[in-house]
Design a protein around this ligand. Structure first.
Ligand code: BTN
Length: 326
């Protein structure tokens, strides 16, 4: 039995009897029962009530590939392939191994409803429950030398921050190099990985994880303060597919600007969101603290240690404000 069909049926949040679910797809009740078990294994929480059947309380906001494709087509975004997967270890890993950009200017996109081994920066796990958040990766070519990679991380953060704040998410901040925070809680993160060298630059895979609907105590395995769009926006939020389409648009547009003008042309936007600037910061693993002085035009963090400015490279360190536990 196709799990996607079953999910689409249950997505409305209403009760469906085992007989109805079986008949709709021409399978036995036993097959339905087994498929429901698989959904539970995937982390979909089902309710069953005698005499009524099964339901997913509150329904599901599933990703709609046709909707996202229509947006891509309408704006003529240079996306060559769009993979929408139900479950995958990691959308970044999928693009690292599965895809190749034939044209230097095109993008390959992979999204998933859940990740079983979502990866964050610095070896962290990225919590990726089914149909709650967004897990989006893009593979593309980036011209330039090593320095073009440092700035890229920041440019991607700006793309996400611009998109979210244009649609009403308040108090967005960027924490170097590219974490997206709202009021001292992490809303989204970006993982940039290198797939290899292109003829005149790099083959890059960049993945965005954005918490959209996550709300419950069930997420207490996350080891840092977090929030989601549904927790920060009491009204006016969008469907996950709408967010996905708008984020893709903003990411592709901003990568295009970055390819043409480098980080210089995005620095003003970065500074608008910079939450570390003029704060006392420390490098994780080190005792010293200094005052953050923003970033240079390669995207490297500048820290003032008693009058001596040190330049911190994006690839090597993580910086946290010493006022908070993260
Ligand atoms: C961070 O630690 O802040 C980066 C998180 C990046 C998570 C995203 S989800 C989509 C893509 N696939 C992954 O395995 N990781 C990235």
């Amino acid at each position: 039995m196709e799990l996607v069909k079953l999910l689409n049926c249950l997505a409305d949040g209403a009760y469906h009897s085992g007989v109805e679910l079986g008949e709709a797809q021409g399978v036995t009740r036993t097959a339905v029962w087994k498929a429901l078990g698989k959904l539970e294994e995937m982390g979909v929480s089902l309710e069953s009530t005698k005499g009524k059947g099964y339901r997913i309380k509150g329904g599901l906001d599933l990703l709609d590939r046709d909707f996202i494709l229509a947006h891509i087509t309408e704006l003529s975004l240079p996306v060559r392939s769009l993979f929408l997967l139900q479950s995958i270890d990691s959308t970044n890993s999928y693009l690292m191994t599965e895809s190749h950009n034939a044209d230097p200017d095109d993008y390959i996109v992979c999204m998933a409803e859940r990740q079983t081994a979502g990866r964050g920066r610095r070896g962290r796990i990225w919590h990726s429950p089914y149909a709650k958040n967004l897990y989006i990766s893009l593979s593309f070519n980036l011209p330039g030398g090593v320095e073009s990679l440092d700035g890229l991380s920041l440019a991607l953060g700006v793309a996400v921050a611009n998109c979210l704040s244009a649609r009403g998410v308040q108090d967005i901040g960027l924490k170097w190099p590219n974490d997206i925070w709202v009021n001292d809680k992490k809303l989204a993160g970006i993982l940039v990985e290198l797939k290899g060298e292109a003829e005149t630059g790099w083959k890059v895979v960049a993945g965005l994880g954005l918490n959209v609907l996550m709300s419950g105590d069930e997420e207490d395995e996350i080891d840092q303060p977090w929030t989601s769009i549904s927790l920060t926006m009491t009204e006016g939020s969008l469907k996950r597919s709408q967010w996905a389409a708008l984020l893709l648009e903003s990411l592709i547009d901003t990568i295009g600007r970055y390819k043409k003008g480098g980080l210089k042309c995005l620095l003003g936007e970065w500074q608008k969101y910079d939450i570390l600037c003029n704060k006392t910061v420390g490098i994780v693993g080190g005792d010293e603290s200094g005052v953050c002085k923003g970033v240079d035009d390669r995207g490297r963090l500048l820290i003032d240690y008693d009058g001596v400015i040190k330049v911190i490279n994006a690839g090597e360190v993580s910086v946290r404000p010493d006022e908070s536990s993260n």
